[in-house]
Unconditional design. Structure first.
Length: 155
């Protein structure tokens, strides 16, 4: 009876293990394997939020890894492979999008934000230092202050 229960548990759990299969690809040389590794780490999975193709378990990521492997074996360059995937899935698949009219804010936005924050901090510090500058008292104000400090308020 116990053997039957263990066999049932093993049968129920084995489909989950089958999905965790590791992709294996054959390459002509080590340079091609390195290119594949770099490409799959530099390209984003279209389904996942912020996961590269190498780390994603999504079915689309597995398909894209196979497609990259196929294109590498055909002798295409890294730029051709990236261009093919960008044409098919859009600029989103690149972790580092090209600098162009559509992406200028993405590239220059952080610099602009830092410059604006630095300018605001400089203006606030300048205003603060100018508002704390000592004010010179007139002779009448000095006399009145001396009278108040001595306790002679009838002046």
């Amino acid at each position: 009876m116990r053997l039957g229960v263990w066999a049932l548990w093993a049968a129920l759990l084995s489909p989950g293990l089958a999905e965790a299969a590791i992709d294996t690809y054959g390459f002509a040389d080590e340079a091609q394997r390195a290119r594949f590794s770099v490409l799959t780490q530099e390209l984003r999975c279209p389904k996942c939020q912020n996961q590269d193709l190498a780390d994603s378990n999504a079915p689309i990521a597995a398909d894209l890894r196979r497609e990259i492997h196929r294109l590498l074996l055909q002798g295409q360059s890294d730029a051709q492979i990236v261009d093919y995937l960008v044409a098919r899935y859009g600029e989103y698949v690149r972790y580092k999008p090209r600098f162009e009219a559509r992406t200028w804010l993405l590239w220059l936005g952080p610099v602009g934000f830092l410059l604006a924050a630095g300018g605001l901090a400089w203006a606030l510090l300048r205003q603060r230092s100018s508002s704390q500058a000592p004010v010179a008292l007139s002779e009448n104000e000095k006399a009145r202050l001396n009278q108040l400090l001595k306790g002679d308020e009838d002046a």
